[in-house]
Design a protein around this ligand. Structure first.
Ligand SMILES: NC(=O)c1ccc[n+]([C@@H]2O[C@H](COP(=O)([O-])OP(=O)(O)OC[C@H]3O[C@@H](n4cnc5c(N)ncnc54)[C@H](O)[C@@H]3O)[C@@H](O)[C@H]2O)c1
Length: 296
């Protein structure tokens, strides 16, 4: 495979386009607006500059990589000659189902359709296409150019050939693919989100404060950052929506989102992206927020 399309030029989409282009693939990066594409390309440029500075690539290689990425807002045109499409659009079921119907109608019959979704069923996405055996989850981690893992999710109908192909493709990007089955949260979020939720419950119950909880997990468990800081990075709205998928999907109360998380999302405290979550980020650094905000 060489001709790839990436749908969505946001946080994940621009990282996915960057990595495919870095490893020699020809990429069409597609979004709904020119300004989103410009922002995505600017991020790729900045991240490539960082790689040049670290002497991982040369200035010349940077130009070659950028030259492999074409952009468009015309999805039908952008996927018409592609061998693989990786969808990384906004996490919304109805939107993804619509995109996959459109991809099915416009991408060549042999094209593999992958989704980078964090939590939506691959089987459900595949079911709206006429090629469910060619639909698969390719769950890259953030930031894509840095993180090694790609969680490869087999939908109910995904074929062995397609799975093998996508595992190989991931290895060609110098990533480590891990094959998992299509159940709510897959593996990564089925384990990570209950841990984050439990950290929030621990805070809500007054067992310890934000800094104490994060320090225990950082220094005691050798996690690179505490679960509350990680929640701020992921976005509290994203954490809440994935917990709801786990709760609905398994029908088990152990996945019920902590009321404090629900309140914070309702209040617009979404973490880094809104300026405040468990920490205040408005000054560009991590600052503690008044502890009283978090009491039960
Ligand atoms: N952010 C993360 O840490 C992370 C990690 C792993 C997986 N994911 C998953 O990756 C996907 C993208 O997340 P993100 O964080 O990059 O979101 P984002 O909001 O940063 O970017 C989404 C992009 O999709 C574009 N888009 C929306 N509808 C579109 C359409 N019809 N056609 C083309 N583009 C469209 C938006 O304009 C936006 O630029 C989601 O499914 C998310 O669950 C996110």
């Amino acid at each position: 495979m060489n001709r790839i399309a990436v749908i969505g030029a946001g946080t994940m989409g621009n990282g996915i386009a960057h990595v495919f282009a870095q490893f020699g693939y020809n990429v069409n990066l597609i979004d709904i607006s020119d300004s989103n594409i410009e922002r995505g390309m600017a991020t790729i440029g900045k991240n490539l500059d960082r790689q040049v500075k670290k002497e991982q690539i040369t200035e010349e290689e940077k130009a070659t990589i950028l030259g492999r990425i074409a952009t468009t807002t015309d999805m039908a045109k952008g996927v018409s000659d592609r061998e693989l499409v990786v969808e990384a659009a906004t996490e919304n079921v109805d939107l993804k189902l619509k995109i996959f119907k459109d991809l099915d109608a416009n991408a060549p019959a042999e094209c593999i359709l992958a989704s980078n979704t964090s939590s939506i069923s691959i089987t459900k996405i595949a079911a709206v296409t006429s090629r469910p055996e060619q639909v698969i989850g390719m769950h890259f981690m953030n930031p894509v150019p840095v993180m090694k893992l790609v969680e490869i999710i087999r939908g109910y109908a995904t074929s062995d050939t397609v799975t093998k192909n996508i595992m190989e493709t991931s290895r060609s990007l110098k990533k480590v693919p891990v094959e998992v089955n299509d159940y709510p949260g897959f593996v990564a979020n089925k384990i990570l989100m209950p841990m984050i939720n439990e950290a929030i419950i621990t805070l809500y119950e007054g067992v310890a404060g934000v800094e104490e909880i994060d320090t225990v997990m950082k220094l005691g468990m050798a996690h690179p950052m505490g679960p509350l800081q990680l929640a701020d990075f992921i976005g509290l709205d994203v954490c809440l929506s994935i917990l709801n998928v786990l709760h609905d999907g398994f029908g088990n109360p152990k996945y019920a989102p902590c009321p404090l998380l629900v309140n914070m999302v309702t209040a617009g405290k979404l973490g880094v992206k809104s300026g405040e979550g468990f920490y205040n980020w408005t000054h560009g650094t991590k600052e503690l927020v008044l502890a009283d905000n978090f009491k039960k």
